[in-house]
Design a protein around this ligand. Sequence first.
Ligand code: MG
Length: 159
Amino acid sequence: MNLRIGHGYDIHRTISGRPLVLGGVRFEADFGLDGHSDADCLTHALCDALLGAAALPDIGHFFPNTDPAYRNIDSQLLLQRVVAELAARGWRIVNLDASLIAERPKIYPRLADMKVALARSTGLEVSQIGLKATTNEGVDEIGRGLAIAAHAVALIEHV
Ligand code: MG
């Protein structure tokens, strides 16, 4: 088997006046994330893990934050594009795993919804997507609620 692993990381600052979208799911919160797109850091980390596994340039290369076409864009559309870029090169996703680091809101109750949204965007089964959430135990800017971050890994197979 021709397998490749990739890693992705992303962080966005919290900001008032924007919707909070994580893993393609809208959360009830009095803040959102700052960014050119919908700033869904979890989905961005997954995109970079997939692109990295295929040794392709990162998400900023494919979707520059200077391009008005991507302003406020739903990051699920970016993830779908990344999956298509890989498929065009003969890569199929074996599994994804990610960790979201957020002090608030409570993520755990929405993990299943996020897996469904990510499965829809990637064409995977929910059983191929690992997803965990943790707080940062009050440590540093993430712990003070000033940012939300995500780590992700992807395994892909050439078919
Ligand atoms: Mg990002």
